[in-house]
Each structure stands twice: as structure tokens, then as C-alpha cells.
Design a protein around this ligand. Structure first.
Ligand code: SAM
Length: 304
């Protein structure tokens, strides 16, 4: 079945929400409940072998715990209280890599339901300003609930088309960091896939998604003070990933790609190997893509 092919085999990832608690307290709480803490994972093999109530600290990301595939925490107190966020490891990469300092002004262009927004707020320690946009009012209202539960207070939500946000408005003059996670084909989401029904993505659909994504990326690079833009998708298609990045680099000579996490095993397709890919086979996550654009000669602090 599709489940056996992917979804149910992936480890369960738990992001500790540092706005409400800390790693140590969550580990202690879970140990008291019979979970068995194994320390920091030393390689993917540790994570592949996880079973029962054993859990590790992740290899690459801080404040991320890794459990066996069958672990179910949706009804757990720590989840309901906003102390932990159930978020795939790959989708923790964008905010971690953008790494906005406390006090900075940050824009989340396509933000709902807001797991990456809440991660950004945690990294910023709720200090600064987080402008978050989404076109879909219903998803935005889900997001308000999620952010409330997570204790996020530095956000300013707007039900707005990011492409119509005026990059030159005085409000955004101090925005240096942008996270762009636009709508995509979702072809990387293993649990949504049923291999027996899998169809080649219609090329016209991919083309229109890619045109939208490129438009969003070019728009993000128009903000006058922006130093760093992280672009991500949960797609496996080069059309929505490396090809969008290539188009944007060509049109924005002031920006270059940052070489991300040198020890991450799965890279963007050549020549865009500065970017990261993720997949069930190689990184034990959903399929995902991340690129980071940096303005030439900025004073931004060293990238991750
Ligand atoms: N970043 C989110 C998270 O981590 O929870 C997931 C974002 S989802 C991949 C893409 C979002 O983009 C959807 O919620 C969709 O409503 C929104 N969207 C699509 N077109 C948009 C536009 N032109 N402006 C703003 N948001 C848009």
C-alpha cells in the first residue's frame, strides 16, 4: 500500500517549541512517561533502526526529536499545550537556514497553516516583527489558532496576495529576511501518494505552478533591504525547484546561492548543488527542496 511504501515508515519528528519550553524539559517529561532517550543520533542508521518507545535528538537540527514511525502524539498533552510541534524534519529546514536574529524584521510570504512561521518566531525568541501573508482566509484562521497555541506574539498576519504586497512600502523597509514556501504540486508528500494510482504530473499544471513560484521568488528579491531569501517546496520536480532557482538567478544578478549544510547528504540537481533536497530514501523525510539566496556583499552573519 501507499502507507507501506512511504508514510508509515518515516520516523516521527517532534520540534520542541522553545517559546514555551526547552529540550531538556521535554526529554524529561517523555522519559517519565516510559519513552527511552537514546541521546544524539550519530547517523541515519540510528534513525532507521528506531522502534518502540526509543527516541533520539536529531542529527542536523537542534530542538528536534526523532521517534519511531508508529509513535502517535496528536493527543498528547505536550502537543495540545503547544510545547511540541509535529513537523517533518525537512520542513524544519527553511526557518533553521534563514536563521533571522532576534529583533529582525522578517516576512513569511505564503505562511498558512504556519508551522514555519512559528519556527521563525521561536528562532527570533518572539523579538522583532514577523509579517505573514496568505491568500486563503480559512487557512489563515487555522494559522491564528496554531500561533496562539504556540505562544507566538511577534506576528502580523494579513490575508493578502503576496504578489500584490508593495515591496517599497515604508512598512517593509527594514525587512532583511524572507521565507518563501509557495503552493506547489506536493509531489514530495509520501503519505498523499498512492503508487498504484500515480500519474505523471500534467506538464501544463507544473508549468503554471513554476511560473507562479518564479514570480513569487522574483518579487521577494525586490524588497529593498532584503539580504536573505529562503525558497522551499515539497515537490520533487526540477521544474518547481532547480529550474525556478535558475530562472531567478538569471533575472537577479545581485543575488547568489548560499552553499547550505555541507554535510547534508542530498543536494540540488547539478549545477545547483548549493541547494538541498530531501527524500524518504536518503534523508528519511518527505520529499523537499530548499534554496537560499543571499545578496552579494551583505553584512549578514555567516550562514548555517
Ligand atoms: N509555509 C506554510 C507552513 O509551513 O505551514 C505552508 C505554505 S503552503 C505550501 C502554501 C500557501 O501559499 C497556501 O497556504 C496558499 O494558500 C498560499 N498562497 C498561494 N498563493 C498565494 C499568494 N499569491 N499569496 C500569498 N499566499 C499564497
Amino acid at each position: 500500500s501507499a502507507q507501506q511504501a512511504g508514510g508509515s515508515k518515516l520516523p516521527r519528528y517532534v520540534r520542541v517549541n522553545t517559546l514555551k519550553t526547552n529540550l531538556e524539559d521535554v526529554i524529561d517529561y517523555l522519559k517519565r512517561e516510559g519513552f527511552s532517550y537514546q541521546g544524539q543520533a550519530s547517523g541515519f542508521e540510528d534513525l532507521r533502526r528506531l522502534s518502540g518507545k526509543a527516541f533520539f535528538c536529531d542529527l542536523h537540527l537542534p530542538d528536534l526529536l526523532v521517534f519511531s514511525a508508529k509513535t502517535e502524539l496528536h493527543n498528547h498533552y505536550l502537543y495540545k499545550a503547544g510545547h511540541i510541534i509535529l513537523q517533518d524534519k525537512a520542513s524544519c529546514l527553511p526557518a533553521f537556514l534563514l536563521n533571522p536574529p532576534a529583533g529582525s524584521h522578517v516576512l513569511d510570504a505564503c505562511a498558512a497553516p504556519g508551522n514555519k512561521t512559528s519556527h521563525l518566531a521561536a528562532i527570533m525568541n518572539n523579538k522583532g516583527k514577523l509579517f505573514a501573508f496568505d491568500l486563503d482566509a480559512k487557512r489563515l484562521s487555522t494559522m491564528s489558532t496554531l500561533l496562539l497555541r504556540a505562544g507566538v506574539t511577534c506576528q502580523q498576519l494579513a490575508n493578502q496576495d503576496f504578489l500584490k504586497v508593495d515591496a517599497h512600502s515604508s512598512e517593509y523597509q527594514t525587512v532583511k529576511y524572507i521565507l518563501l514556501d509557495p503552493s506547489c504540486s506536493g509531489s514530495g508528500m509520501v503519505c498523499l501518494r498512492d503508487p498504484s494510482q500515480e500519474q505523471p504530473e500534467e506538464s501544463s499544471r507544473l508549468q503554471s505552478l513554476a511560473a507562479f513560484q518564479l514570480h513569487c521568488l522574483n518579487h521577494a528579491l525586490q524588497f529593498p533591504q532584503v539580504e536573505r531569501v529562503v525558497y522551499s517546496t515539497c515537490s520533487t520536480h526540477a521544474e518547481e525547484n532547480e529550474q525556478v532557482v535558475a530562472g531567478s538567478l538569471q533575472q537577479n544578478p545581485d543575488f547568489r546561492l548560499t552553499n547550505l549544510l555541507p554535510n547534508w547528504p542530498e543536494r540540488g540537481l547539478p549545477p545547483h548543488t548549493q541547494c538541498l533536497r530531501a527524500s524518504p530514501d536518503k534523508t528519511l523525510t518527505h520529499g523537499f527542496f530548499v534554496a537560499m539566496f543571499e545578496r552579494h556583499s551583505t553584512g549578514a552573519k555567516e550562514a548555517r
